[in-house]
Design a protein around this ligand. Sequence first.
Ligand code: GLP
Length: 252
Amino acid sequence: MSMEGVCMLKIVRARDYKDMSRKAANIISAQVILKPDCVLGLATGSTPIGTYQQLAEWNKKGDCDFSQVSTYNLDEYRGLSHDDPQSYHYFMKVNFFDHVNIDIANTHVPDGANPDADAACAEYDRIVAEAGYPDLQLLGIGNNGHIGFNEPDDHCFSKGTHCVDLTESTIQANSRLFDRIEDVPRQAYTMGVQTIMHARTILVVANGPAKAQAVHDMCFGPVTPSCPASILQLHPNVTVVADEEALALCEL
Ligand code: GLP
């Protein structure tokens, strides 16, 4: 038990990135085996790439069948077309959907190409609700504790899918994936915290020292909109799979 109190989240310690990815893939694979037509909430970012690779490997071996699975991604940059290599539509295609037997018609990502933010977000909320919300939601975590693109903000706990202004820290962090920082979109459409909390189970993946503070605050800090991930302490079924570096500030 931590000196700081009881953590409400289940923490699984991984040795390194590979181990984290394998453990996370095992949890997702178990979900798909238990409910072949499950709804998965998916995430982008560098962290889940290894998880997707592992799932693709098991899919090729015939061990994890995505043919009946439907997916709903957390977020998308506003203003990028679906085939823009920086878009999350594109990310999901090249990092996951192209490598498994999922029906692409069953995959969903917020429509960043729709300039009408209210319409795009309301439609996304409608289809996620219609699908019955994810059986399992995969989440990464931003250095500042954001989940999806729910940035620290006084009102971040009370929203469904909405358009957000990205913080400077997120723009900085994500600029590594763009040629120039000026190219990073300033806005995104994201599933809100309210939407995320509807998922029946939540799986957070985190690795590396840059995530240590956010992981600590998510698990042991106060539940506060200044660390959006801290709301997960109020969800009944959250598992965090993190490597040693990301857990460095957690006394377990
Ligand atoms: C982006 C995504 C988040 C992701 C975060 C961390 O901001 N919208 O969903 O969790 O980046 O990304 P990474 O895994 O690359 O550190």
